[in-house]
Design a protein around this ligand. Structure first.
Ligand SMILES: [Mn+2]
Length: 369
């Protein structure tokens, strides 16, 4: 890189920081409005297994597109909507969703816009082929280069729903109760009730949404009924727990409720003396695993990555991680789930303890390095 370029880059970064990196750039709402207003259809692609932040943001962008004059609007997604809070959001607010279909993004006329909310890159956490042209990206995930005609990428913001609220606020429109309720719920959920990654932008967006939203519905969405299969799965995780020092490892056997695993891991973290939890189970023909830690010495993302990188895909953040291991390596032994789980349990637990540097008695193994 020539020296003048690097100086210029640094100068730009500096300015961005000075003007607060959470703030909505001044001309963006008008640019988005004009892009939407001069086109005919809009397909909003959610990321795989969309969460409330993504779903509400899709609803928010759809409502802006409608106000800008786009009559044909679609929201689609890949994967599943299985967490009870996500299902409740879709059902209670009657969000129309379609499974992702590759034809809607491929070989399309230029007046058919494609948008990403709460994700940025084709092929990353979505089923869109890498290299596909994207028209609109609004996201708060850290990414290097986002290619689209309209990009608003602000890592410092706590929720994508906050960003969509800012657009609605800046444009000549008002949110319906349904849209305001979805966005407000998403902001609460994404920031764990204003405790995680929250900025003043979330409080400002929430204050604005409050007067349009239905508090009763927000309350209903926040405490949805849990299926008995989820309760059973959590119960198995409680029953089967093994504790080694401050680490708790448990397996739930076979479950149809993939989203019960992170809930079990979260719940067991409340147990006195426990700082790290790892819960796994058989889901279809995979082993799914969810990990949590509040121990500053432990990075569960690295732990699960080190333990299972050679047999599956596992990783995540310091405090929150997950993984999938194909059952292929175990299924040759037996077709009986109980027997199978016996073998799986031993292997997975041994690998985890090894990655955590803990021996079977629960003592940390000293490492030279
Ligand atoms: Mn998000």
């Amino acid at each position: 890189m020539p020296p003048d370029r690097s100086v210029a880059t640094r100068a730009v970064d500096h300015t961005q920081q000075m003007s607060s990196d959470t703030e909505l750039p001044m001309n963006e709402p008008q640019q988005l409005w004009e892009l939407l207003g001069s086109n005919e259809t809009l397909t909003i692609v959610c990321h795989d297994n969309p969460d409330p932040d993504c779903l509400a943001s899709a609803l928010g962008l759809g409502t802006i597109a409608a106000a800008a004059g786009i009559d044909e609007r679609y929201i689609c997604y890949g994967g599943e909507i299985s967490h009870q809070q996500n299902r409740a959001l879709v059902n209670v607010l009657d969000i129309e969703l379609e499974p992702f279909c590759i034809e809607t993004v491929r070989n399309r006329p230029p007046e058919n816009l494609v948008a990403f909310v709460d994700h940025s890159v084709p092929g990353e956490n979505n089923r869109v082929p890498p290299g596909t042209d994207i028209d609109i990206v609004i996201d708060h995930h850290p990414v290097d280069d986002v290619l689209a005609r309209f990009v608003d990428s602000r890592e410092a913001v706590g929720a994508t729903a906050t960003m969509l609220t800012e657009y609605i606020r800046a444009l000549p429109m008002e949110p319906t109760a349904r849209v305001a309720t979805a966005l407000l719920f998403a902001i609460r959920r994404e920031t764990l009730d204003f405790l995680r990654g929250v900025t003043t932008s979330e409080y400002e967006a929430a204050a604005y949404l409050h007067e349009f939203s239905e508090p009763k519905t927000v309350r209903k969405l926040s405490a949805p009924a849990v299926t008995s299969a989820t309760i059973d799965t959590i119960a198995h995780a409680i029953e089967n727990r093994q504790v080694a020092g401050s680490v708790l490892i448990s397996q739930v056997g076979r479950t149809s409720e993939r989203d019960a695993l992170p809930q079990a891991a979260d719940y067991l973290l409340n147990l006195e003396g426990i700082e790290t939890t790892i819960v796994f189970g058989l889901v279809e023909d995979t082993i799914q695993l969810s990990a949590r830690s509040t121990d500053p010495r432990v990075n569960v993302g690295t732990v699960v990555h080190d333990a299972f990188d050679d047999v599956g895909s596992a990783g995540g953040h310091r405090e929150m991680a997950g993984g999938t291991i194909e059952l292929g390596i175990f299924s040759g032994y037996t077709t009986d789930d109980t027997q199978l789980m016996g073998i799986v349990d031993q292997v997975i637990t041994a690998r985890l303890l090894n990655a955590l540097n803990i021996d079977e008695s629960g003592d940390a193994v000293e490492r030279d390095s």
